[in-house]
Design a protein around this ligand. Sequence first.
Ligand SMILES: [Zn+2]
Length: 351
Amino acid sequence: MQKINYPLDDQLPSLGQSIEIVPGVKWIRMPLPFALDHINLWLIKDNFEGRLGWTIVDCGVANQLTQDAWELVFQNELEKLPVVRIIVTHMHPDHIGLADWLTKKWSAPLWMTMTDYVLAKWLCDPRGVEVGSVAGGGGAADHFSKHGLVNEDDLEKIRARANYFSNMVPTVPQRFRRIMDQEELQIGANVWKVLVGYGHAPEHACLWSSNINTLISGDMVLPRISTNVSVFDSEPDADPLGLYLDSLSHLKKLPSNALVLPSHGKPFNGLHERIDQLHEHHQDRLNEVLEACGRAPQSARDLIPILFKRSLDLHQLTFAMGEAIAHLNYLWRDGRLKREACSDGVLRFSC
Ligand SMILES: [Zn+2]
């Protein structure tokens, strides 16, 4: 099995510049205002509807810093050609944030999956904020308090973050072109097959090109951090972890020596080894959850210090809560845990 390695070692593209990683595919990197401080975006040389130019894969968050960085990319990296299409892997703010600006600036269409388009459209509307954000709003606060997060200070801060999504994604394009699982997209010289995966976002698109043995993995497979897999208040009984692990198993059908272009971290080889590590990581967490629930009934909040050994700020705590619920729901949905609503209104899980 191909071991994990980084073919470019420590090379990183500097702001506004690219590294051509395979012929016709350029790697660019944009800053992010989080602990996870960057996102990788891709430019693919294209000949789209008779126009030579570039297809962009993913957009960065909507802020001035990212827009300025894009302007530099346009000056430095387009070889005097236009942007002809924008593909977005999924609806998270660092991926779709500037899609509306980019599509308008270049009169280029947005291509993405339907579920993610519709959800982004919904969440960027101020009336939609209660729907699905793990990070903020009254719905998120109710969701977490049912799972044992009862600190009133924390809940107040979570309620106050109702505009979390729309701050980073103020607008989503009015129209889009739907892409679907297994669809083959001709992008320039190569065919890229859409591989839809679940559990991280509702309908996340990876792009696989067998011609050049390259996978644009989005957030589905990252080299160092594990992909966030969370239960949101809009679908409290969801089993995103089951969906995610299943999607990983599908990606393992690709060649072990494929080059993986992830949204965070560095391009790497060793897809199968990384998928095995991720399966193992979640299996270990599931075992810890089972063990704790065998000792005494546990809420998701009770499990946070067991699953996350470092201290967490509120933002990280909301993600950790979503992850803890995902592990509980996985075991509950497959019958290994029982769930009970206790007299204090908190959901607790036991064996
Ligand atoms: Zn994501």
